[in-house]
Ligand binder design. Structure first.
Ligand code: ZN
Length: 277
């Protein structure tokens, strides 16, 4: 059985830390390098529910997408904040924590590949390719764009709601329901800073999460691609299967958390499912 340092070194080779954005914090968060890792739990978020799950499923290591500690901390007082409490719990239960975030977003295969494959997109290429000699022709970069057999925007929305991991949020769409769709861009997580990339790539639809009123409204007024706003967790959960597969030869068992950690857990609408324009 591998040690924690062997597993995290393997993850560092698949998701090199220097591929992460400068503001990001990736790699080992806690865990002694010499502990034996039999079972790994892959999660999007390190929250009380997924830490309990790791303990209940007898996991030695959590591989998470989102950093637990992104900004500088000066205290891990468990009485003062839940994050301090989670770090104490992880250490007391001898569970290591490793994060692959924006370095996993740009990897190929990465977060947006898994999302695009759920939708059935083919001929995937990066929406914004990584530049530099290290990345030449690698297919690495932010987001993906690919193709679908011709459909309508309304049918694609229905399809996306079915194939993405279920959440209370579901999906919401912005654009003409009858619009013909062949080319679809996706970006796992909050992708509104890549609306212009989706336009430049000539996508008919852009699917991402955390879209906001003004950028969406202005984007549509300029005649940009139709938009699908999915739950943040649902856009990144498909990648957990990728990581678990990448670890399957190394550890006894690599399992995936299906606890929906999207913070939006209630969805109530007025009964209007489509506003005719
Ligand atoms: Zn995210």
């Amino acid at each position: 059985m591998p040690t924690l340092s062997e597993v995290t070194a393997a993850l560092d080779r698949i998701y090199p830390r220097h591929w992460a954005e400068d503001w990001d914090r990736v790699g080992v968060v806690c865990g002694r390098p010499d502990i034996t890792v039999r079972r790994v739990l892959c999660v999007v978020d390190v929250v009380p529910e997924t830490v309990i799950e790791a303990n209940e499923r007898d996991c030695d290591l959590i591989v998470a997408h989102h950093p637990l500690l992104l900004r500088g901390v000066s205290s891990l007082d468990p009485a003062a904040d839940y994050k301090g409490d989670l770090v104490h719990t992880l250490i007391e239960q001898n569970i290591g924590l490793y994060v692959a975030h924006t370095n996993a977003d740009v990897a190929a295969p990465g977060v947006s590949d898994a999302l695009a494959e759920r939708l059935g997109l083919t001929g995937l290429r990066p929406l914004r390719p990584l530049e530099g000699p290290e990345h030449e022709g690698s297919g690495r970069g932010i987001g993906r764009i690919g193709d679908l057999p011709e459909t309508t925007f309304a049918s694609l929305l229905e399809h996306a709601a079915k194939v993405l991991p279920p959440t209370a949020w579901g999906v919401r769409g912005a654009g003409d329901p009858e619009r013909t769709v062949r080319s679809v861009a996706v970006c796992g997580g909050a992708g509104d800073s890549h609306l212009a990339d989706a336009v430049a790539a000539g996508a008919d639809v852009f699917l991402t999460a955390d879209l906001r009123h003004h950028p969406v409204s202005e984007h549509l007024a300029r005649g940009g691609p139709a938009l699908i706003d999915a739950a943040h967790w649902a856009t990144e959960r498909p990648w957990l299967d990728t990581v678990a597969g990448q670890l399957s030869d190394l550890v006894d068992d690599a399992v995936v958390s299906d606890i929906d950690t999207d913070p939006w857990t209630i969805h109530q609408n007025s009964g209007v499912n489509r506003v005719e324009s």
